[in-house]
Design a protein around this ligand. Structure first.
Ligand code: GTP
Ligand code: MG
Length: 467
């Protein structure tokens, strides 16, 4: 698709399932003419931003298709900044399709996925990071992801990138001006100034890059792996947190053979909860593969729920499992708190300090019962406070959720490091401008300045139809 196409497009903007209303959206220079052919000529005389009651007729057969409300919006105060018409019809799948067919027969072209938002971007209403935020809002699966995308749409990320770019541009301008007019301007003390500014820019960029890991967890969920010996209650815990009997639970040790991943929404965040096979030495070939998978899941985890059975003594296997989790955030769970305690929190605490020392990544033990659900609220609190606690509170924090943005930031960081090196090794000033310009342009790609057609096509192809 070309970047500047401006014919008139149409698509169904609502989900294709029976619902209250279905919306067919039309955008482009001929939007009113097209709408007039299905609704009546008076459309072209309607005032902007008004709603009208009437009927859609098929322009070829003249047959009435549906009773509708029509919203007429003149450019530029519209989503795409083009003339736009929205037809609210009854939300049946067939009737919505028939209304769209009538609109296409009247001269509109079927829009491609994301084409409306693409036009909003091409026509300068939003930048590329904001267009991506629209996709983020649509696909958000938890409150935090949603809030983050809304913040991005409102331009929070854009502001930060523009601020850094503005500083870089001023440095470039200063170098160019001094080179052009050496009689009046001089580079005295300039290196120190650029060094200080570059350091500050590097810090800002690093801070953004560091949010990207959180960005992934916000978008996809926190990979939370439940590990422990066989029969300690791992699958029961997954079921309890999930609120349904998803994993098989029996009193036989070695019930779970494979890893099982389920999505759990918890206080505005998403957990990708992974149940694993109980880890022990075994001769059973199938169980051994399961144990191997459990170990791999531990390596990929953001968080580990390490379960021990409080109604039994601790064993060598418990120690080995904890040792394998060291370095990751671990919440030790003393399960089966509804039974008489054989192992208490003090015993568990001393075993932890013997196994991993005073490692900060292993938290305080928490007594729970997967059976009675005692302690699960405290567990949820613990998990949410471990992750993004400040972010949930701070509403204007900028979090990078896109890999495209992250890699642009990494490459801008690289260029600014070269500037620092050039200063340190005493290169001439015009040498810095090359790397400063590279950093400036790379940051610009996040906002979609100097658009690259392939990148744009890829971003918008991931949108749904009608957006
Ligand atoms: N009383 C009590 N029993 C529990 C609790 N949690 C689990 N159980 C019981 O412990 C047994 C094992 O539970 P599972 O959830 O299958 O344990 P697991 O850790 O997944 O076991 P494997 O899949 O074999 O590794 C079952 O009989 C559960 O009913 C609990 O909190 N209290
Ligand atoms: Mg199990």
């Amino acid at each position: 698709m070309k970047l500047t196409e401006n014919d008139t497009i149409a698509a169904i903007a609502t989900a294709l399932s029976p619902s209250g209303i279905g919306i067919v959206r039309i955008s482009g220079p001929e939007a009113f003419a097209v709408a007039g052919r299905v609704f009546g000529d008076e459309v072209t005389r309607f005032e902007s931003h008004t709603v009208h009651y009437g009927f859609v007729r098929d322009p070829e057969t003249g047959r009435t298709v549906d009773e509708v409300l029509m919203l007429v919006m003149k450019a530029p105060r519209t989503y795409t900044r083009e003339d736009t018409v929205e037809i609210d019809c009854h939300g049946g799948v067939l009737v919505t399709k028939r209304v769209l067919e009538a609109v296409l027969a009247a001269g509109a072209r079927l829009a491609e996925p994301g084409e409306f938002t693409r036009r909003a971007y091409i026509n300068g209403r939003i930048d590329l990071s904001q267009a991506e935020a629209v996709a983020g809002i649509i696909s958000a699966k938890n409150d935090l992801a949603l809030r983050n995308s809304v913040r991005q749409l409102r331009g929070r990320e854009r502001e930060e990138i523009m601020r850094i770019r503005g500083e870089i541009l001023r440095e470039i301008a200063q170098i160019e001006a001094t080179l052009d007019d050496p009689e009046h301007l001089s580079f005295d003390g300039f290196d120190e100034v650029v060094t200080t500014q570059t350091e500050a820019q590097l810090r800002s960029i690093r801070k953004l890059i560091e949010t990207a890991e959180d960005g992934r967890r916000i978008r996809e969920g926190i990979r939370t792996v439940i590990v422990g010996r066989p029969n300690v209650g791992k699958s029961s815990l997954l079921n309890a947190l999930l609120g349904e009997d998803r994993a098989i639970v029996t009193e036989i040790a070695g019930t779970t053979r494979d890893t099982l991943t389920e999505e759990v929404r918890m206080r505005g965040i998403t957990l990708l909860l992974v149940d694993t096979a109980g880890i022990r030495t075994t001769d059973d070939a199938v169980e051994r593969i399961g144990v191997e998978r459990a170990r791999r899941a531990v390596e990929e985890a953001d968080l580990i729920l390490w379960v021990v059975d409080g109604s039994e003594p601790l064993s060598e296997d418990d120690c080995d499992i904890l040792a394998a989790c060291a370095g990751k955030p671990v919440i030790p769970l003393l399960n089966k708190s509804d039974l008489a305690a054989v192992t208490d929190e003090t015993a568990l605490r001393s075993m932890i300090s013997q196994t991993v020392g005073e490692q900060g990544s292993v938290g305080e033990p928490l007594a729970v019962s997967a059976k009675t659900e005692d302690g699960l609220t405290a567990l949820e609190e613990r998990i949410t406070s471990l992750f993004f606690s400040e972010r949930i509170a701070a509403d204007d924090e900028c979090v990078i959720t896109s890999e495209r943005h992250r890699s642009a930031l990494v490459s801008a960081e690289e260029s600014l490091r070269k500037v620092r090196e050039s200063i340190a090794t005493g290169m001439p000033e015009d040498f810095y401008t090359i790397d400063l310009t590279a950093a400036y342009e790379t940051l610009g790609t996040i906002l979609g300045e100097e658009p690259d057609e392939d990148v744009i096509n890829m971003i918008f192809s991931e949108f749904c139809l009608g957006k």
